[in-house]
Design a protein around this ligand. Structure first.
Ligand code: ADP
Ligand code: MG
Length: 362
């Protein structure tokens, strides 16, 4: 069974839930300010754009710019299609210097730092491992998943692909890899960086109140009718049990805050009764164990994206240490044994909509 399954249907449902949550709280005082919403299909997901402004023309112009930027970056940063990063991945194994685009170099530099801070748990250099798990085939309905051989996984692990293997020459805009096992996959980061960029575009175009929501990964600026944007966090139970509540918690976001969730229900294969999801532990080469979802709140959307993935891999034991290293204060982790762990800062802000008693970890 393929895991993108009802993904689009789920996303639509989720967007409706989020929309319902953010709509609650409209006041009649600011009638000139209107909510403009549009959905785009980009970055492999439905992206919901909500702008609050009194100028419908400006809103449409901004939405068009955002849409064009998302599409451009998705092409540029796609690991195996024919954009800038796809070209990079074809040339890396030569171990020679070659030219690439400034947008790829910027992604490399930022993720190099984050990979180090996450103790290598966020590791975009494991593109070959991700391919071995066939996540490039998830959208292909004819495709039959097969377990990667333990030998193939071990052989890649032994070659230790990591971001530090990439050498960047800023003067010539050239890069090279020192390790033939490196292939780049920014699936855990690119969406965040793209959201950060489109928020900048919105601000530059005088949009002060907005929510950009890519299937539950999101950033807000300003307010929604002078009240904070209130966001629902997806209940991991919903993926298996459609009658379970859609959201497990809600949180009010201040301007410039991002909220990102990595879940084991987002992209997966089911094979011989087992669930193989898309977040790979770079230490084992296998899907990370022990976590169902991690939600991270921080200002920078790129950091939020990378950190939600790293903390997912870190799991119920190690997440506080990695969160500290990455400078993340707000975390919720739901484990595979259904415990809810919160950082103290998150515990102060989140509204849990479940009977499960959370554990606050200092
Ligand atoms: P989503 O894309 O569902 O929001 P994530 O942000 O956690 O989820 O990103 C998962 C994607 O990142 C995978 O589909 C894969 O492309 C890539 N990836 C998987 N494991 C890792 C890892 N340990 N480090 C960096 N990238 C990863
Ligand atoms: Mg991520």
């Amino acid at each position: 069974m393929l895991g993108v399954r009802g993904d689009v249907i789920n996303s639509i449902f989720y967007v409706i839930v989020i929309a319902a949550l953010i709509m609650a709280g409209c006041s009649s005082e600011e009638e000139s300010l209107e909510l403009h919403q549009q959905q785009l299909f980009t970055f492999g997901t439905l992206v919901d754009i909500s702008l609050v402004t009194d100028d419908p023309e400006q809103a449409q112009l901004a939405i068009d710019m955002v849409s064009a930027e998302f599409d451009r970056l998705h092409t540029d940063w796609h690991p195996w299609q024919d954009g800038a990063l796809g070209q990079v991945n074809k040339q890396l194994s030569s171990l020679e210097f070659f030219s690439t685009s400034p947008s790829v170099i910027s992604l490399l530099q930022q993720s190099n730092l984050l990979s180090e801070k996450s103790a290598g748990l966020f590791n975009p250099a494991i593109g070959k491992l991700i391919k071995l798990w066939q996540f490039d085939q998830l959208e292909n309905e004819q495709f039959q998943f097969t377990m990667p051989s333990a030998e193939a996984v071990q052989s890649l692990l032994q070659q230790k692909p990591q971001m530090q293997d990439i050498v960047i020459n800023n003067d010539t805009m050239q890069i090279k890899s020192n390790n033939p096992a490196v292939s780049l996959d920014f699936g855990a980061f690119a969406k965040g960086v793209a959201i950060e960029r489109v928020i900048k575009i919105l601000k530059a175009n005088k949009i002060q109140n907005a929510l950009i929501n890519a299937g539950g990964d999101l950033k807000v600026i300003g307010t929604k009718n002078e009240r904070p944007w209130r966001i629902g966090i997806k209940n991991p139970d919903q993926a298996q049990n459609p009658s379970a509540p859609a959201v497990i918690a809600a949180i009010k976001l201040h301007s410039d805050e991002s909220l990102f969730t990595s879940g084991n229900y987002e992209r997966f294969f089911e094979f011989q009764g087992k669930h193989y999801h898309h977040i790979i532990d770079p230490r084992t080469g296998y899907p990370g164990r022990g976590t169902r979802s991690v939600t991270v709140l921080t200002k920078d959307a790129g950091l939020a994206d990378a950190a939600s993935t790293a903390l997912f891999i870190a799991g119920p034991e190690q997440w506080p240490e990695i969160a500290r290293k990455m400078g993340i204060e707000y975390v919720m982790l739901i484990s595979t044994d259904d415990r809810i762990y919160l950082s103290p800062a998150m515990a102060e802000r989140i509204e849990l909509l479940t009977d499960v008693e959370p554990e606050i970890i200092r």
